[in-house]
Design a binder for this molecule. Structure first.
Ligand code: ATP
Length: 254
């Protein structure tokens, strides 16, 4: 297919002390595809996620999402532009219920700055719509029966599903998943993979960091390999994952 990048990044750098954690010359993520970002521990994958989504500040670099420059914008602005991310360590608040966690991820009342939103009925309508949407998403992830349970009572895999579910509350065009399969029991991995594929079927773009090479091989359209902050290889999984240099140097670590 003709290239149609939704995310384009150039010259992105972030240093921690003497270490160049991220030093990416050029990165493109194709619209509607599932792209995996792989590489050994400390390669800079999470740091790159943090930079691109406004959770950390790059020293250099420009990047745009869907044609809009978003470098230096806050996480909230990036999310409003349609790019949302999940975290390696799930962010759900364990002493709130599953449903409350979903509602917290909901976009704010669009009219809240205007006098109209002072009228209680507009709030109620907004809340009702948000709740209906939350329940619909929870149902899709088979978490609807857990809606009133504390998030803290969920299994590791269910927490990962809740992370994805929360990300969908903002109707993203691109979702970035940081190690969605880590710590998930094997029975749930397949279901997580199915959910990732389903997002692509709906036209969403997916970028995910993952160490589970089986998952990467089976679900991704494109694989980007990072090492020591740089992009060192990329291509379709069939070629990248069999590239002996990549296998030895970057996958051998796992
Ligand atoms: P993993 O696969 O283990 O999650 P990663 O590829 O996501 O690794 P990063 O977590 O991005 O790698 O780390 C890249 C480098 O930056 C590492 O050397 C790490 O120690 C360093 N680093 C990351 N965050 C910080 C920070 N807040 N302060 C100092 N150094 C950091």
């Amino acid at each position: 297919p003709k290239p149609d990048p939704i995310l384009v990044a150039d010259g992105v750098q972030r240093r921690f002390g003497g270490i160049k954690a991220v030093d990416v010359d050029h990165l493109e993520v194709q619209r509607g595809a599932i792209t995996a970002l792989i590489g050994p521990n400390g390669a800079g994958k999470t740091t790159l996620f943090n930079l691109l989504t406004g959770f950390d500040r790059a020293e250099h670099g420009t990047w745009s999402f869907d044609g809009r420059p978003i470098a230096g914008k806050s996480g909230a602005t990036v999310a409003r532009a349609g790019m949302v991310r999940t975290f390696q360590l799930t962010k759900a608040l364990s002493r709130l219920t599953v449903l409350q966690n979903m509602l917290l991820a909901s976009p704010r009342h669009p009219g809240e700055r205007f006098w109209l939103s002072w009228l209680p009925f507009t709030w109620r309508a907004h809340e009702k719509a948000a709740e209906a949407k939350a329940l619909e998403i929870l149902e899709r992830f088979k978490l609807d029966t857990k809606k009133d349970d504390f998030a803290g009572s969920l299994s590791g895999g269910q927490r990962k599903l809740l992370e994805m579910a929360r990300a969908l509350m903002t109707d993203p065009t691109m979702i970035m998943l940081d190690e969605p399969m880590a710590g998930v029991n094997p029975a749930l991995v397949q279901s997580l993979l199915d959910h990732v594929r389903a997002l692509r079927e709906e036209g969403m773009t997916v970028l995910f960091v993952e160490h589970d090479m089986h998952a990467v091989r089976h679900v991704s359209d494109w694989v980007v390999v990072m090492a020591e902050g740089r992009v060192v290889a990329e291509g379709p999984p069939s070629s990248v994952m069999h590239d002996p240099a990549v296998v030895d140097a970057y996958l051998g670590a796992h």
